[in-house]
Design a protein around this ligand. Sequence first.
Ligand code: PMT
Length: 401
Amino acid sequence: MGNLADKKILIGITGGIAAYKICELIRMFKRNGADVTVIPTENALNFVTKLTLQTLSQNNVYVNEFEIPDYKPEHIALSDSADIMVIAPATANTISKLANGICDNLLTSVACAFKKPVFIAPAMNTNMWDNPIIKENISKLKSLGYNIIEPESGFLACGTEGNGRLCELSKIYDAAEKELTQKKKLAGKKVLITSGGTIEEIDCVRYISNYSSGKMGYALANEAYESGAKVSLVTTKVVTDNRFNIINVKSAEDMLNAVKNNLEYQDIVFMAAAVADFKVKNQQTQKIKKSEKTDELTLTLVKNPDILKTICEIKKEKNLKTKIIGFCAESENLLNNAKEKISKKGCDYLIANDISRADIGFGSDDNEVTILYKNGTAETLEKASKSVIAKEIIGRITKDE
Ligand code: PMT
């Protein structure tokens, strides 16, 4: 058995002449022990037959979700089953559908539901490859974390020479093999992540909170899980994801207890939650009534516990090895405020977020952050999706392991 034994690969084939080359790619994966399932589009079957793909992959070939005898639904079952997905050749049409979430066939539906690494090897005519729409869709896919294996220059099926030819199969194979066989960075590690804005009750119907959506925390949880960690997500948001141990909390007080109770078992803690610095002093159990006598209501706020500072102190006292990563949300003087915070809180790294921009930070799908290291250096991670930023953060903090 080869080094890909136990690895499950989905291969999506779209309707381009390079489809015939994928027969050899299937053989390469099979020779090394992988379990390969092929999903061709209807158009791909103009270039290569279903029987060929079935024979080479030694598996059922799936084309249309409505033709599957034992309906599961198949696009979810297939996307849950594999370790990686390779789409080769990827036509301009399929690339554009993927970039825009269009799911009008089994391949695009599976790819849309697929949560693990996807490798896309485009192949098309040079003019199509150079079209700014396709360029934009490719860069959108890249920024969302899809792996694009660039096409090469050479003789094209349409009789011209130029860029757009499917890359060498060995490039696709090597990229997939590397992904499947690399030692996972966080294998055997336990990671706890806090996410969402805390909810500080005023009475039984009203509360004080903030704009944190929990997206950054979720992206970190997803990336930590994909890197092999056992993940606990302490969150104020409703999250249904059975890959994580989800601990639902509301207030800063609840969050402190949840983090403290789990701290000693963790190798890494990410404090991505936006914790309220203050809570209401006299929370009312009944709904506060409007008064006819006054137009004002005065709430007294008192300081909440500082969770990050508290756990950094516990770490010191108990000599724990846990790496603690704080986040900070700043609307001005990002770097200066962040520098002050890392020394005040005592964490190992601080991820500084600029919340004055609408396109990053609170609620958005993208982020741009600056990592502060304990030795005083700072590194800015350019704007990308929160999942790419999470990958980069985890890459940086596990660099020396
Ligand atoms: O959730 P999203 O919409 O995706 O947005 C992501 C984010 C912008 C909320 C996130 O990336 C972020 O910046 N989180 C930290 C927000 C925050 O509370 O920053 P802060 O500067 O107020 O606090 C600094 C650190 O101390 C944070 O790690 C915070 O969790 C922690 N803290 C703060 C107050 C407190 N009482 N206890 C704490 O532990």
